[in-house]
Design a protein around this ligand. Structure first.
Ligand code: SF4
Length: 114
């Protein structure tokens, strides 16, 4: 049996089902934690680091992360399957409620004189 290669980021991605299912491997639990703490701009920047259009994706993404959500696999006391976390909607919440994040964005590269 091969030892686990924890240098490979996929090892960590696979552990978090929603993050692994996301084509951009967006760190979903991290941005949801930030939203829960009311830190919308920070949640937006976590999204921005893996895909630069969080507001658009929060409205248009096909959200393969949600069927992968573990929340949908646990059973509550009535043996009903709860809905997965609304991961995509939360991305939209972060984008809509963020403050002015321009100061957090990387500066454009200086134009080269050709
Ligand atoms: S909504 Fe789309 S971009 Fe966002 S975490 Fe889910 S799959 Fe990834």
């Amino acid at each position: 049996m091969q030892p686990t290669d924890i240098r490979n980021p996929d090892y960590f991605h696979k552990v978090v089902d929603c993050q692994w299912a996301c084509p951009a491997h967006t760190p979903v639990p991290e941005y949801i934690r930030l939203i829960a703490a009311g830190r919308y701009s920070d949640a937006y920047m976590v999204n921005w680091s893996s895909n630069v259009f969080p507001g658009i994706l929060g409205r248009t993404c096909d959200r393969p992360c949600e069927p992968a959500c573990r929340r949908g696999r646990v059973e509550d006391e009535n043996l009903a399957r709860p809905e997965p976390v609304a991961i995509c909607r939360l991305k939209r919440v972060a984008a809509d409620l963020k403050d002015d994040i321009r100061g957090q964005l990387p500066k454009p590269a200086a134009k080269k004189n050709v």
